[in-house]
Ligand binder design. Sequence first.
Ligand code: CDP
Length: 246
Amino acid sequence: MRYRAKLCIFPVHFCEPYVSPGKLVIAIDGPAASGKSTTARLVAEALGYVHVDTGAMYRAVTLKVLGAGTDPSDGEAIRDLLGETHVELRRDGTLTRVLLDGRDVTEEIRSPAVTRAVSAVSRHRAVREAMVREQRRMGSAGGIVLEGRDIGTVVFPDAQVKFFIVAGIESRARRRAKELQDRGISPDMRALVEEIRERDRLDSTREESPLKKADDAIELDTSDLTIEEQVRIVVDRVRQVAEGRA
Ligand code: CDP
């Protein structure tokens, strides 16, 4: 396959997809509401790659835990529950639908209850092992953009392109507030800031694969960038790597 070196013109959504330069693995990590998901989805679209939102997988498991009435801190009970849990990401045009045991839970996994419990569930080794195994399977053929907390450090430490996306707490809270408003929920800004801070704290301090920048990841602060700018930066980097200029 030939790689198209042509630059795309904004907006990125209307760019002709690049023909994949090869089948690279692109790791996009970062804290809550930093802009990972939107960036990862649009980068995948621009490159004709598959997009995997690993946070959605942890959220689906959390929904299962809550639905079963299991205590999010009970690692053993959760490990048993995993044996009867099936999480699937299914492509639907440019969207990805999340199926839990065959049921579409794409919207439900974004509920405040899931958001509050997800870090507690994700810290268990059994949960991480199951999710990482599945993510490696999905990424084994390359041509994929995975976003999460531990992609560049644990899941694909050899990924050819790694970004660590950050943004100031105010920008992140504003973005999350807008997402919630778009879904008809009116958020309390102060509570939102607290929730994001607490989730960052739990994700960064846990023992198993904590949220942390890989040594060879590029840190990108998106506080003052537009979506188009941040997508362009990642896509340009992929092009450099693909052309052997990096
Ligand atoms: O989109 P948002 O920033 O709210 O978070 P997310 O990407 O949906 O991830 C939800 C939660 O899943 C995180 O707060 C982590 O606790 C967990 N997670 C993880 O442990 N490892 C990953 N690779 C992705 C998410």
